[in-house]
Design a protein around this ligand. Structure first.
Ligand code: PRT
Ligand code: ZN
Length: 284
């Protein structure tokens, strides 16, 4: 069996969730903060802990077989890699922001202005696509949001998640350029060997489980059809008779995203004693 290497962020916003998803796949390893590499004891896998900026190139060049990194970093690096799976964490948006008192209404008005950013490649491409000319891109490696306050730039282009950083620096979002989340990547154009496929299947089953809840409820047989119509189940709901004549328990799964709406509809359809539980994995 080939020993795979996966590169994840050593410390920062993506580290904890990257470690968590690998652990939820049943992989056993020590998460030594001080080491650069650790071995998984129950799967042919080594984990490399790197700065996120280095991950796309490590995967592109085949030093690591797989990587977990933000789409923003991949796009900025221009790395030739394949997206194997979006992972649903590290979500953010890259936006151009301007001082809150700014009267700008159209991106064409950025012409002749200076924009500070750590993402010059993504910004340049966006400006080009939208035919905005003569923008001075000032590349800085961090604390981009202080640019306008220091007189370094008229606007900034940076990652925004809650918007709190923009607000506390007297800025407001102006144009949305790109959405990003953490993705599992592999080398471009390589066949997925059995070990990669196995890992991918485990990751997908963990993600599917996260999106769903296990639900058990009681319902009178006279209301059963109506309740079942609301519950797809993995295949179809499981129905178990209750000791009390004329009643059954229904076991099923529901999607996290329409959870409350479903629960209210189930109650209205006659469901009682609804118990909802997290699911660890769904293997289909
Ligand atoms: O040390 P290393 O190079 O590995 O890490 P890093 O410092 O470059 O990156 P890190 O750990 O800060 O972020 C890693 C990845 O997380 C990013 O590349 C994004 O894909 C993703 N991500 C998600 C974010 C944010 N949300 C985020 N809010 N990355 C950065 N921010 C910063 C942003 O730069 C700004 O300063 O948070 C601030 C804005 O947040 P709000 O909530 O105030 O809007
Ligand atoms: Zn970084």
């Amino acid at each position: 069996m080939k020993t795979l290497k996966i590169a994840i962020q050593k410390s920062g916003r993506l580290n904890e969730k990257s470690v968590e998803i690998l652990k939820n796949c049943g992989l056993s390893f020590e998460n030594y903060k001080s080491s650069l590499i650790t071995s998984v004891s129950n799967f042919p896998l080594e984990i490399l802990f790197l700065r996120d900026d280095d991950i796309p190139e490590y995967v592109q060049d085949g030093i690591a077989d797989l990587g977990i990194v933000g789409e923003n970093v991949i796009t900025e690096a221009g790395a030739k890699v394949t997206y194997l799976q979006k992972l649903g964490f590290g979500r953010c948006t890259l936006k151009i922001a301007v001082p809150s008192h700014s009267k700008l209404t159209d991106i064409q008005q950025l012409e002749g202005q200076a924009i500070a950013t750590s993402y010059p490649v993504i910004l340049e491409k966006y400006l080009k696509e939208n035919d905005v000319k003569n923008v001075q891109i000032r590349t800085i490696s961090g604390s981009v949001e202080i640019g306008p306050g220091l007189g370094l730039s008229d606007a900034i282009f940076d990652i925004v998640s809650t918007g709190g950083t923009l607000k506390s620096n007297g800025l407001k979002p102006f144009a949305e350029v790109m959405k990003s989340e953490a993705v599992l990547i592999g080398k471009e154009g390589t066949d997925l060997n059995p070990e990669v496929q196995e890992l991918l299947q485990r990751i997908r089953s963990v993600l599917r489980a996260k999106e769903t809840k296990y639900v058990v409820l009681n319902v009178a047989k006279s209301n059963l059809q109506e309740v079942v119509n609301l519950l797809p189940g993995v295949k179809s709901p499981t129905i178990v008779p209750l000791f009390e004549e004329g009643w059954v328990a229904v076991h099923s799964v529901i999607a996290e995203q329409d959870f409350w709406e479903k629960i209210n509809s189930l109650k209205a359809a006659g469901a009682q004693g609804i118990v909802v539980m997290p699911i660890e994995k769904i293997i289909t």
